[in-house]
Design a protein around this ligand. Structure first.
Ligand code: ADP
Length: 341
């Protein structure tokens, strides 16, 4: 079911269907089209000749012949002019029509190249955004594993502003880490001097000079915390799903997690997920940073400022952006492993 961004040659993908960025004639061309025809062999061209071409934004299906994939779905992306000629709508249609065809042929896994982003000139970051948006929507309603195959990492980048923002955030946090020790010392002193007034209320905090506010707020719901201390990751996950009024399916789909993995977690109270899986659920449940830390602890992990992966996740949570596909896009741009299954 999940969406994965991978770096590969699409002709090597062992999936039920690969998608070809074709032209309207369907009779072969350069780029990914040429690579697919070369790898599939002459019979692919012979079948394509029988199809009578394909309109921009539409898709047609053939066999995969010598390819590891059973099918090739041929779709025709728009030529990018300046973005004001319906390019986005047509590109969205390519993904939607291809996914519908894959579903009709009961494909469980499909791999897409970045349609239109080569000779047809669609800016790569925008082309990737369109792909992620449409595939993401589709996966909220359907069970399928979808790959976006990026061929040339060098030419790939996420939106420049997002990239710069995240890069700056990473820099800031690395600096924070260096000064963290002195901060902690002050906090501990502050807490020690507070010990006799353990039941202090939030209103008292204002007059407290240097305080670790986080620790004091924790005290307010200490009872709740104690009750939850023995709660396992799986129990916390199910409790949070209930509290957020989500269904299981909504949660695992938004987390980009496979249904089978979710069932495993659900049925094993002591299941220990990977850090990526635990974080994927935290994102899906739209947890705050504190809640995310809580959930991670249940799985034996913590967020740290000494690795980029954690800081990028923290960046998105602090911005209130819980779109797992956008987060994965950024993780990919920074060469980090992705969230979800
Ligand atoms: P279009 O005409 O739709 O722009 P292209 O084939 O020129 O199609 O390029 C589409 C995308 O496919 C580009 O991002 C290009 O880098 C990528 N690409 C080219 N060859 C391959 C391949 N073998 N596997 C995956 N992607 C590829």
């Amino acid at each position: 079911m999940p969406l994965k961004i991978v770096r590969n040659d699409i002709t090597k993908m062992k999936v039920d269907a690969i998608v070809n960025a074709a032209n309207e004639s369907l009779l072969g061309g350069g780029g990914v089209d040429g690579a697919i025809h070369r790898a599939a062999g002459d019979k692919l061209l012979a079948e394509c000749r029988t199809l009578g071409g394909c309109k921009t934004g539409k898709a047609k299906i053939t066999g995969g012949y010598h390819l590891p994939a059973k099918y090739v779905i041929h779709t025709v992306g728009p030529v990018y002019r300046d973005g004001t000629h319906g390019e986005r709508t047509l590109l969205e249609s390519c993904y939607r029509e291809s996914l519908a065809l894959a579903k009709k042929h009961r494909c469980e896994s499909v791999a897409f190249p970045l349609i239109s982003s080569g000779v047809y000139g669609y800016p790569k970051d925008q082309a990737l955004k369109v792909a992620i948006d449409v595939i993401g929507d589709f996966l909220l309603e359907n069970e399928m594993t979808v790959y976006i195959v990026i061929f040339d990492k060098a030419a790939y980048k996420i939106g420049e502003k997002l990239f710069t923002d995240i890069a700056e955030y990473i820099d800031d946090k690395y600096v924070d880490e260096l000064t963290d020790d002195s901060y902690k010392r002050i906090s501990i002193n502050a807490l020690t001097s507070m010990a006799p007034h353990k039941k202090q209320k939030k209103s008292d905090i204002d007059s407290f000079e240097i305080c670790d506010c986080k620790a004091i707020f924790y005290e307010d719901d200490l009872d709740t915390k104690l009750r939850q201390i023995d709660e396992s990751f799986s129990q916390m996950l199910l409790r949070k799903i209930d509290e957020k009024g989500m269904t299981d399916a909504e949660c695992y789909k938004k987390a980009n997690i496979d249904r089978k993995l979710f069932s495993k977690i659900r049925s094993d109270v002591n299941y220990k997920p990977s850090k990526q899986t635990a974080l994927a659920f935290a994102i899906s449940l739209e947890l705050s940073l504190d809640e995310t830390e809580d959930m991670l602890r249940k799985a034996g992990f913590a967020l740290s400022h000494s690795n980029k992966f954690d800081i990028i996740i923290e960046y998105f949570i602090s911005k209130g952006n819980y779109n797992i596909f956008e987060i994965n896009e950024a993780l990919f741009a920074f060469d980090q492993s992705l969230l979800g299954a």
